[in-house]
Design a protein around this ligand. Sequence first.
Ligand SMILES: [Ca+2]
Ligand SMILES: [Ca+2]
Ligand SMILES: [Ca+2]
Length: 333
Amino acid sequence: MKVFTSLRKLFPSLAVLAVGLSIAGSTVKADAILFDPDGTAPTNPAFQVGSFGFETGNTLAQASISGGNIIAPGNTFQLFLQTRLTNLTASPGGNTITPLGLNGVASPPNPAFEITLTASITERVLTSSGGVATFQTNGVQNANSFIRLFYDTTPDSTNFTGAGFADGLQILSATPSASLVSSGDFTVSVNAQGQPIANSAFDTFDTPGSAPAIAYAGVTSVTGSGGAIISAIVNSFDPTFFLTPINTVRFDAFNNVPFNQTTPSTNFNNQTNTPAVVANRGTTNGVSGPDFQFQSRTSAAFTAVPEPASVGMMALGVVSVLGYTWRKRRQAA
Ligand SMILES: [Ca+2]
Ligand SMILES: [Ca+2]
Ligand SMILES: [Ca+2]
């Protein structure tokens, strides 16, 4: 009875604490952060940004197709991604910021630079039926999983070959996490039996006669689209770029195929920053397998490490709850 009374008295404080923790644990919220796109180089100042916008880039869902269909629920596949930054979004306000020299040609004294993103994430299929699949970040990540950002003063990323996405100065490293928000879906064209079918050329972006157009001649693809959210725990960041300390990053991607906004990559970057992962999509992308390749338009948002003041407040809250319990126990004794 005594225990019941003390729990009931304690409950209101615990409920408030629980609400506070669940808000802190959700990454739906993103923070405005101070980000200097060229670090200590003087061309650009630090901007207060809400998100990063990336160019339409390449994604490979490695070993995601089997028997002409998306693999069955419960199975995992590895997602490889490579793209480059095109703009920042101001926060507050939402204005688009295009840093001087980004993806440009050097016009002294302003040097050109690029910021590239490479990622490798283990995903798990949740549902797969009739050309519609859903997935999320897998709890156990492959040893080869990573998320990286590079600052490069010799811009050279090349979608066709996958070269130049993982060179320069690494400014962020993160590990994909299933404990933060993640989701994904993809819907592809199917026949009357619900089997994925190719109804397009794979590469409709490159002009006839160009090297990619020649390389992908004869390759067909399913058509389809979907969205994905991937979150990650930040392991390290360069404080001359990220002036606000960050602890998580969240990517929101719109994925679609066929390629109509960028050149399909033949290769993707691996753990050792080498474009050695060969896109093995076969002659019918989305049917031949084992890989499935599509284009992705991605944005990134961050959460900041809580200010020391708010950490202190939370610690104070825990201490007062503990103190209350201790006093009640002493009174009961
Ligand atoms: Ca700067
Ligand atoms: Ca370079
Ligand atoms: Ca580069």
